[in-house]
Design a protein around this ligand. Structure first.
Ligand code: HEM
Length: 466
């Protein structure tokens, strides 16, 4: 059937679940925690249609429909107003937030930084950063309890600036971390106001602080870019790739502003997500000592009781499964959205231009039709045998289609390296028996700090485990 002949999708379409939640309750939930604004039906239906304040939204969790929307019809979908209003003030028109030709040449320009051979060459820097965190934890004057979220942000930030920008230069690391939190804090308001199509100048709680934070992030990075351009230092990093990039169609190069857009994008997208994934991983492992023991036994076997080295990382398959399963339960980027630039076909209907497509990765990963006992933490779900029968888009922490995360291999390598170094050296225990609620601030953060007690692991695990 041609697309023109397909009926237009609406709340009256047969076989389509419709969210009946009141706009007031959805908007209220969105301000508090956008995860709570997801219609409950989406955890067991393949597609839910919703209309709020005139905005048409379709939420999809069915893997085949996700493929249709994000891969087959990728050209009809733009990042849209939600993303531009939420992230634009900090990330400008960088790789994550741009569309069309501007997105394409930026993606091509930075791709060499993510080739496999280059990533493998970054492993020593990743391991070294994890070892610095280990040494800080085990120093004689260190306190016994850490905020694991903060610790992981510190470690992954170290790694991203070391590997992508050849070091922090004059950037104040603690202030950057604080700025990102302050910037993301009021994003629930931004989502809600964007849904209402409210004017962009409208004030909301936290707006001023967020603007100051964005200004700091941009000015710190801008100064670093100007310095690199001035000195012309020939390092082999992302900054050098961006300085040398030329649009294949026009030959134009990037302005300092455009390079800044991309560096902020990589610094924020490239450390916060991995850090959150790791923080949830440590929290889950502490609550499941049997999986922790299995990961440790693997690490000890592969490293033969010695230090973690770059060549060990690809062999730590169970440790990688643990990280994958933690990101299933707590996907660091829990929701992705697109706005239809033109009509496109989906599930036998025409979705009209202007419709917002929401792929709630969090709901995909907890979906009762896709996962047996979805709330259970079970890293064996990612064993080669169990993963074989699964639809490619039943699990998608890094997204799907042409806009898939460019840093997925980087993040996975980094996470496994950090887990290996830290699990070997320390036993981490949750200081509170309950798990904090996950809350969405663009990324999935714990509602309260994940505080953990650090104990030095004295006995090699191979000797200690039965
Ligand atoms: C566990 C860690 C990570 C997770 C869960 C994650 C998740 C994602 C997701 C879901 C997207 C797609 C967004 C969309 O379709 O709207 C994305 C895009 C992106 N990610 Fe990641 N990411 C992670 C780590 C990284 C790292 C380490 C880097 C860089 C070093 C990075 C850089 C980016 C960039 C630049 C984009 C935009 C790509 C484009 O639009 O072409 N991410 N990420």
């Amino acid at each position: 059937m041609s697309q023109a002949a397909l009926p237009v999708m609406s709340e009256r379409s047969p076989g389509i679940a419709v969210s009946r939640a009141s706009p007031v309750s959805v908007l209220g939930a969105m301000v508090r925690n956008p995860l709570d604004a997801l219609p409950p039906e989406i955890f067991h239906e393949p597609l839910v249609y919703s209309r709020i304040a005139g905005s048409r939204r379709i939420l999809i969790t069915d893997p085949a429909l996700i493929h249709e929307a994000l891969v087959r019809n990728a050209d009809s979908q733009l990042k849209g107003d939600d993303i531009r209003r939420t992230l634009g003030p900090a990330l400008g028109q960088g790789l994550l937030t741009s569309d069309g030709a501007h997105w394409r040449w930026q993606r091509q320009s930075v791709a060499p930084a993510f080739r496999h051979e280059r990533l493998v060459g970054l492993l020593p820097a990743m391991i070294a950063a994890a070892e610095r965190t280990r040494d800080r934890w085990l120093a004689p004057d260190a306190g016994p309890v850490v905020d694991i979220g903060h610790e992981m942000m510190h470690t992954t930030f170290d790694i991203i600036v070391e590997t992508m920008m050849s070091g922090p230069g004059g950037i104040d690391v603690a202030r950057v971390e604080r700025s990102i939190t302050e910037y993301l804090h009021p994003t629930g308001w931004v989502f809600a106001l964007s849904l209402l199509k409210a004017p962009e100048w409208l004030p909301y709680p936290g707006r001023r602080k967020a603007a100051v934070a964005a200004d700091y992030l941009r000015s710190a990075i801008m100064a670093m870019v100007a310095e690199r351009r001035r000195t012309g230092e020939g390092r082999e990093d992302l900054v050098a790739l961006l300085l040398a990039a030329a649009d294949p169609e026009t030959g134009r190069t990037m302005s300092d502003e455009e390079i800044t857009d991309n560096l902020i994008t990589f610094v924020t997208a490239g450390h916060e997500t991995t850090a959150l994934g790791l923080a949830w991983t440590f929290h889950l492992l502490a609550g499941h000592p049997e999986h922790e023991a299995k990961a440790l036994a693997e690490i000890e076997e592969v490293t033969e009781g010695g230090a973690v080295r770059p060549e060990h990382i690809s062999r730590l398959t169970y440790t990688r499964q643990v990280f994958s399963e933690a990101m299933r339960l707590y996907p660091p980027a829990p929701v992705i959205t697109r706005t239809a630039a033109r009509d496109f076909p989906l599930a036998g209907f025409t979705v009209p231009a202007g419709t917002i497509t929401v792929v709630p990765i969090y709901a995909v990963h907890h979906h009762t039709r896709l996962w047996k006992d979805p709330e259970r933490f079970d890293p064996d779900r990612f064993s080669p045998e169990q993963a074989k029968g699964r639809h490619r888009y039943a699990y998608m922490p890094f997204g799907a289609g042409p806009r898939i995360c460019i840093g997925s291999a980087f993040a996975t390598m980094e996470a496994v390296a950090i887990l290996a170094v830290l699990l070997k050296a320390a036993r981490l225990r949750n200081t509170s028996a309950d798990t904090p609620k996950p809350t969405m601030k663009v990324t999935l953060r714990p509602l309260r700090e994940l505080r953990m007690r650090v104990e030095r692991r004295e006995v090699p695990v191979s000797a200690a485990s039965p």
